[in-house]
Design a protein around this ligand. Structure first.
Ligand SMILES: [Zn+2]
Length: 521
C-alpha cells in the first residue's frame, strides 16, 4: 500500500496522455529498442483504454517543461525511460492523484527500480514556472527487493524470456510479475537465462553430502541480472561444511551459455584493447587490486618463471605481469580467447592458449605461478577437488597457486548482498573455511591470505547504486553515508589500508604452495 494513497485526490480516467520517452543507447545496441517501445505502448494502452495516448521521444538536454505545449489541465504528460518497460501503473495512478492535488509534477521514491515513471504531471503543472516536483512514496522495493530495468544486456535477455513465457506480460501488475519471479518456476527462468535447457537440482550439499542446508535471501540489494526478489530461493548454505551453493544450476556442459555476447558489455577493437592494456588500474580493471596484492609472491619467482593465468579473459593480469617482470614466460589460458586480444597480447610477448583448463591437464611440474582471478566460483562444486589436484600437479615444487574469489566469510561481502551478485555464473560463494580442507587434500597449503574490496575501491559505484536501489529507507541512507566517505580520496585510501591490515574486504586472495615442496614465506 502506498503511503500516499491514504488521502487520494479524486481522479477520473485520463482523456489524453502524452508519453515522452527517453531513448537509451544500450537497447539500440542490442536491437531491442523497438520491442521495448511496443511493449510500453501496449502496457499504457491496456491500462488507459479510454484515453488518447501519444508517444514521442524526449529531446535530450532540453527541460521537459520547454518541450511541453500548453493544454487543458486534464491533459497528462508522463516522462518514462525505455529502460523501464514494466511500468508500475498503480504507482502512476498514485502519482497522478498527487499531481492533481498539488498542481505540481510528481516523482516516485521507493519503487522497484525499472518500474517508475521518471515524472508525471498535468500539462499545466509541468509548465508552471519554478514548480518543484512532489515525491510519491511507494514501498514496492521494500516488499520485493528486485531490479527490473534493462540497463544490462542480461536483463534484456531475461525480459525477452518473460515475454515468451507470458504473452500477456504487458497486462500484468508489477506485483504479479514479481510473485512469479519469487516462485521456483520464476527462479528457474532467471537461472536458465532465457535458454532452453534443463537445470540440475541438488537434494544434498554437493561438497559434503549433508542434508542440512537452508536458503539465503537478499534483503538489501539485488543480483546484477535482476528479476529475482527477496523471496526467491537460489543460494543455499550448508550447515555442516559452510559451502554456499547455487541450486538449481546449469549442467556443466551448458555453462558456456552464460558467457555468450550478453555477458560482455563491450566488443573490443584492437585500438580499444591497446588503450586498455596501456592504462591498467583499479578503475579500468575490476580486480586490479587483487593483482597488486600478490606482488610479494611475484617478486619471489625465478627470472624465467613460467606463469599461467587460467580463465584470464582479456589478459589484463598477463599484461600486468609482463609489464613488471619482462623476463617471465607469461601465458593466458581460457576457453575462447578474443581474436584481437590474441594478436595484441602476442605483440607484447604473451602467449595465448585456447583450452578447457578445467578438464585438460597441464604438463606436470611445469609452472612457477598459476593464477585464477575470480574463476573458481564459476566451477561446479563437485569439480573443485579434481580441479585443484590438476593445478597442484602442474606446479613446480616451489611454485605458487594464487586465486581470488568473493568471500562469504567476510562481512564486506554481506554488505549490499555483494556475495549474491551473480547467481547463474557464480555456482558457489566460497571462503577460506570451505576451501582450506579441499586444498589440503590436494596437497596445497595456504602460505598467504590477502583481502581487497570491490565495493569500497572507488566512489560512484556500488554504494552510489545502493543509495538508489537498496530496499529500505535505512539501507539507502547507509549507502549514502558510505558513499560520502568514498568521495574523499585521503579518507578512502586510509580506510583501505586499515581494511588490508585487518583482512577485511569482499575479495579473498589466497596464495598456496605444495605441501612439503615450497619455501617458507
Ligand atoms: Zn556441505
Amino acid at each position: 500500500m502506498s503511503l500516499s494513497s491514504s488521502n487520494p485526490a479524486r481522479l477520473g480516467p485520463p482523456e489524453r496522455v502524452e508519453v515522452r520517452y527517453e531513448d537509451v543507447p544500450i537497447l539500440s545496441k542490442c536491437g531491442f529498442r523497438e520491442e521495448a517501445l511496443t511493449f510500453l505502448r501496449k502496457r499504457v494502452a491496456h491500462h488507459f483504454p479510454a484515453a488518447r495516448i501519444q508517444f514521442s521521444e524526449l529531446e535530450k538536454g532540453r527541460p521537459l517543461a520547454e518541450q511541453t505545449s500548453d493544454g487543458p489541465g486534464t491533459d497528462w504528460v508522463i516522462q518514462v525511460s525505455l529502460l523501464n518497460p514494466l511500468l508500475d501503473l498503480e504507482l502512476l495512478q498514485a502519482m497522478m492523484r498527487i499531481a492533481i492535488g498539488h498542481g505540481t509534477p510528481v516523482v516516485a521514491v521507493g519503487a522497484v527500480p525499472g518500474t517508475a515513471p521518471v515524472l508525471a504531471g498535468t500539462r499545466a503543472g509541468i509548465r508552471r514556472d519554478g514548480s518543484v516536483p512532489k515525491e510519491c512514496h511507494w514501498d514496492t522495493q521494500r516488499k520485493h527487493n528486485s531490479q527490473l530495468n534493462l540497463a544490462r544486456l542480461k536483463r534484456v535477455k531475461i525480459f525477452k524470456s518473460l515475454c515468451r513465457e507470458f504473452p500477456n506480460l504487458h497486462q500484468l501488475s508489477v506485483a504479479e510479475v514479481l510473485a512469479f519471479c519469487a516462485s521456483p518456476a520464476g527462479v528457474q527462468l532467471v537461472i536458465k537465462y532465457g535458454e532452453d535447457v534443463a537445470l540440475q537440482s541438488y537434494s544434498r550439499c554437493p561438497l559434503c553430502g549433508s542434508d542440512r542446508s537452508f536458503a539465503l535471501h537478499c534483503d538489501v540489494n539485488q543480483p546484477v541480472g535482476g528479476f529475482l526478489t527477496r523471496d526467491s530461493e537460489y543460494y543455499y548454505l550448508c550447515q555442516d561444511c559452510h559451502l554456499v551453493y547455487l541450486n538449481p544450476s546449469m549442467a556443466e556442459e551448458d555453462l558456456w551459455r552464460y558467457y555468450d555476447t550478453h555477458a560482455y558489455e563491450q566488443a573490443y577493437s584492437r585500438e580499444e584493447l591497446r588503450a586498455l592494456y596501456s592504462n591498467l588500474n583499479v578503475l579500468t580493471v575490476s580486480h586490479y587490486a587483487n593483482y597488486e596484492a600478490i606482488l610479494p609472491e611475484l617478486r619471489r619467482l625465478p627470472p624465467n618463471a613460467r606463469v599461467l593465468d587460467l580463465g584470464g579473459g582479456m589478459g589484463e593480469f598477463c599484461v600486468f605481469v609482463k609489464n613488471g617482470f619482462p623476463s617471465y614466460d607469461v601465458n593466458l589460458v581460457d576457453f575462447r580467447i578474443h581474436t584481437e586480444a590474441v594478436k595484441e597480447l602476442g605483440d607484447r610477448g604473451i602467449h595465448c592458449i585456447n583450452k578447457n583448463f578445467t578438464r585438460e591437464a597441464f604438463e606436470p611440474e611445469s609452472c612457477d605461478l598459476i593464477t585464477n582471478w575470480e574463476v573458481i566460483e564459476h566451477l561446479k562444486p563437485e569439480r573443485l577437488e579434481l580441479y585443484f589436484r590438476m593445478v597442484a600437479r602442474a606446479l613446480r615444487p616451489s611454485g605458487y597457486y594464487c586465486f581470488s574469489t568473493p568471500d562469504f566469510g567476510n562481512s564486506f561481502s554481506h554488505s549490499l548482498d555483494f556475495w549474491a551478485t551473480a547467481p547463474g555464473e557464480h555456482l558457489t560463494v566460497l571462503s577460506r573455511r570451505v576451501l582450506e580442507p579441499i586444498l589440503g587434500r590436494c596437497g596445497l597449503r595456504v602460505v598467504q591470505e590477502y583481502h581487497e574490496c570491490v565495493t569500497m575501491k572507488a566512489k560512484g559505484r556500488w554504494f552510489a547504486y545502493g543509495s538508489q536501489a537498496n530496499s529500505s529507507l535505512a539501507s539507502r541512507a547507509d549507502a549514502v553515508i558510505i558513499e560520502n566517505l568514498l568521495t574523499d580520496d585521503a579518507l578512502r585510501e586510509s580506510y583501505q589500508s586499515l581494511m588490508r591490515r585487518r583482512q577485511l574486504g569482499s575479495e579473498l586472495i589466497l596464495c598456496l604452495q605444495k605441501i612439503g615442496g615450497g619455501e617458507s614465506p
